[in-house]
Design a protein around this ligand. Structure first.
Ligand SMILES: Cc1cc2nc3c(=O)[nH]c(=O)nc-3n(C[C@H](O)[C@H](O)[C@H](O)COP(=O)(O)OP(=O)(O)OC[C@H]3O[C@@H](n4cnc5c(N)ncnc54)[C@H](O)[C@@H]3O)c2cc1C
Length: 310
């Protein structure tokens, strides 16, 4: 039988109790496993080392483990984990990681295993209406359902090795996306400043963001802006095929006021429109209208807000 490797289940950097069941499953496959702990610190490693039946422990540390991402976790774990039968928890992330790891290693994946007898694995199929037996003939990644194997108790303490997996580009991109997502969603905001095609370039949305930051507002967009510029995501779109919003204040900048846009924001308590065309339909629905280019109007609005809000 091949070596067994357990990927410890962690939650917010802490060891999840199901890990003791994974060790038990690995023992049923015939060997004391190497336990890999994906994490940002090696503190959870000591707890695993105390479990009975553990061969050795590898604390696989790195920035990429701060938030779950299948691709970078699988890459880092793949580097740390020796070849063999890999055992993960059948949690949402565990099953995801199992598939990724199996694909990276070009080996089979067996999900939701509930029993092990030698090299025979049992998994439920057809929504649990039947059980299927699979005989392993080589390395594989298997995920184990919680509460199906008795947790192992305390052991003598296994050797712990720390392996550092440094950050990669994917981690940096994820952090950037996470930061971008910190901005308030239009559906939740009480104040929204939206830009339309009249903003002329997605870069100019920075001007809207500065005002949004001053007001604690969300930045929205018209469909024309979303459709024209890849940089403006659909999550920002207000209107019939975007989000319906109902803020206290809606500021429409360079937006004509098409019926489909109005459908998503006309119930706003106060509507302010900035448009260089005095005939733009948005003015018929605005409580306050500023006939001007945004290039002229936004700096004045920004400095007035700064003076007002301190
Ligand atoms: C089935 C369907 C669903 C749709 N769903 C949506 C939806 O959910 N949301 C949505 O928004 N649209 C939706 N649309 C599209 C909608 O019909 C309009 O095409 C869209 O709202 C127009 O966006 P806009 O106002 O940004 O662009 P435009 O109509 O091109 O208006 C740009 C405005 O900017 C002004 N402008 C130009 N330069 C400046 C400047 N320097 N300073 C100030 N103002 C300037 C112009 O005077 C003009 O009024 C939908 C359409 C269809 C057919």
């Amino acid at each position: 039988m091949s070596e067994t490797v357990v990927i410890a289940e962690t939650k917010q950097g802490m060891l999840h109790s199901v890990t003791a069941e994974l060790v038990s499953a690995a023992n049923a496959l015939g060997s004391a496993p190497t336990v890999i702990i994906p994490g940002t610190s090696d503190s959870a490693a000591a707890a695993v080392a105390e479990l009975a039946g553990v061969g050795r422990v590898i604390a696989c540390v790195g920035d990429c483990f701060s938030t779950y991402d299948a691709a970078s976790w699988a890459k880092a774990v793949d580097t740390c984990a020796p070849a063999g039968i890999v055992v993960c928890a059948a949690s949402q992330n565990g099953k995801d990681l199992a598939s990724r790891l199996a694909a990276r290693r070009s080996i089979s994946v067996v999900q939701d295993v509930v029993a092990i007898d030698g090299s025979t694995l049992t998994q439920p199929i057809f929504s649990g209406k039947a059980m299927q037996n699979i005989v392993l003939s080589g390395d594989a990644v298997i995920s184990i359902r919680a509460n199906t194997f008795a947790a192992v108790g305390e052991g003598d303490g296994a050797e712990v090795t720390v392996m550092n997996q440094s950050a990669d580009i994917a981690t940096a991109v994820r952090e950037m996306i996470a930061k971008a997502n910190e901005r308030l969603d239009v559906a939740e905001a009480d104040i929204i400043i939206s830009g339309g095609r009249g903003m002329q370039d997605p870069v100019n949305f920075v001007d809207l963001e500065r005002i949004a930051d001053a007001l604690g507002a969300a930045v929205g967009a018209s469909r024309a802006a979303v459709d024209t510029w890849d940089e403006i995501p659909h999550s920002m779109q207000v209107g019939q095929t975007g989000k319906t919003v109902n803020p206290s204040l809606y500021i429409a900048v360079g937006i004509s006021g098409a019926i489909q846009h109005l459908a998503g924001m006309r119930t706003s308590k106060y509507i302010v429109a900035i448009n260089k065309d005095a005939e733009a339909p948005i003015f018929k629905h605005a409580d306050y209208g500023i006939v001007s280019t945004w290039e002229e109007a936004l700096p004045i609005l920004e400095s007035e807000l700064k003076a007002l809000l301190g």
